[in-house]
Design a protein around this ligand. Structure first.
Ligand SMILES: Nc1ncnc2c1ncn2[C@@H]1O[C@H](COP(=O)(O)OP(=O)(O)OP(=O)(O)O)[C@@H](O)[C@H]1O
Ligand SMILES: [Mg+2]
Length: 333
């Protein structure tokens, strides 16, 4: 029960007792009631005002403490911001240094590879001239040895060229000679060059092309190299069945695919396939350096395209890539 109610009740009891004991008049009793009511209201007011004052004081103290806390947090936040800014600066500097080092490494590799390539050409050319009898008769043993040297020289030339291509791509120094080209006709030429190999391996090489031209704005040599690498891989890893090269149009894109019924690629190996020097599921006597697919990917990406692969072990593999269709805006960009 609140204090004002208690007071009021006490006055009522006193008044009633007074009436009984002193027998005062009803008029006096009413005055007593009014006095008791007024007194209890005044008491109640003063009690609630005291409560309120105490609560306000408590809130003020809490508010002051919260403000102090807030100030401390702001200082802490400012310090953290400063620290973050200096860490970011440091990271940016380190990143810049790393980029410079990477550029130096790429330039160095490109230089070495370039210097290696130059002497291979005259070596192979010289051997070829001697084998062809340009410097007099040679015996069978000499021919055999020179032919082995020639094949080694040619292999080295392919490797060095691949390395040079990759070094240029990584240094962002690939120069494209783009023209308006029908991708169908590039595929036709590349497939023709593989017909003899298809016959020798008894593999069905098919090209599914469009009747209409599929014009792209591309460097013909680079896109030819892409199809050459993909089809050559398909032959290398397919013992029987078929290899299908398809060209389709999809909106603004030209979609090309090379699908084989070969040995396929394990799921775990797929993510590393386009990395340099990756040869997965390799059997003895398999040739190659593992550079073909990184060159393919680089060539497609410098054209603004994308490549993907799907494969099932023992069933076959499909490489699929897209290039933009030729347009006047693309030619001007
Ligand atoms: N069509 C395919 N079917 C199965 N495996 C493939 C296929 N294409 C590529 N691979 C796997 O990916 C690896 C990398 O291919 P990539 O063309 O880069 O190198 P490579 O053919 O071994 O050598 P290079 O192309 O440098 O002569 C291959 O060694 C092979 O393991
Ligand atoms: Mg290859």
């Amino acid at each position: 029960m609140k204090i004002q109610h208690k007071l009021f009740l006490s006055f009522v009891i006193i008044a009633v007792l007074t009436v009984f004991l002193v027998k005062i008049s009803t008029y006096y009793l009413i005055i007593l009631f009014v006095l008791a009511g007024g007194l209890s209201i005044l008491m109640a007011r003063s009690v609630s005002n005291d409560d309120l004052a105490e609560k306000v004081k408590k809130s003020e103290t809490e508010l002051a403490a919260a403000l102090q806390d807030c100030k401390e947090q702001t200082v802490l936040l400012d310090n953290t911001k400063e620290l973050m800014a200096s860490v970011m600066d440091e990271l940016e500097r380190t990143n810049q240094e790393l980029q410079e080092l990477d550029q130096m490494r790429n330039d160095f590799i490109a230089y070495i590879v370039h210097e290696l390539r130059n002497p291979i050409i005259p070596i192979c050319e010289g051997i070829a001239q001697v084998v062809e009898g340009g410097y007099g008769e040679i015996n069978d043993k000499q021919r055999e040895m020179l032919e082995i040297s020639y094949r080694g020289g040619k292999k080295m030339s392919v490797l060095v060229n691949n390395l040079l291509n990759i070094a240029k791509m990584e240094a962002g120094k690939i120069q494209l000679n783009k023209t308006k080209e029908d991708i169908n006709s590039i595929v036709r030429d590349v497939c023709d060059a593989f017909l003899a190999r298809a016959r020798a391996k008894n593999i069905d090489l098919k090209s599914e092309l469009l009747t209409e031209p599929a014009f792209g704005h591309v460097d013909k040599d680079k896109i030819t190299e892409v199809f050459n690498n993909l089809i050559s891989n398909a032959f290398k890893f397919t013992d029987e069945g078929s290899i299908v090269v398809e060209v389709k149009l999809q909106g603004d894109l030209i979609q090309c695919s090379v699908t084989d019924t070969g040995r396929g690629i394990a799921e775990d190996d797929i993510p590393k396939l386009f990395d340099k020097f990756q040869q997965v599921g390799k059997k003895a006597k398999e040739t190659g350096t593992g550079l073909g697919l990184s060159i393919v990917k680089g060539n497609i990406e410098v054209h603004g395209g994308r490549i993907s692969v799907t494969s099932k072990e023992g069933k076959g593999t499909q490489f699929l890539f897209v290039l933009s269709k030729y347009s006047e805006e693309l030619r001007e960009s």
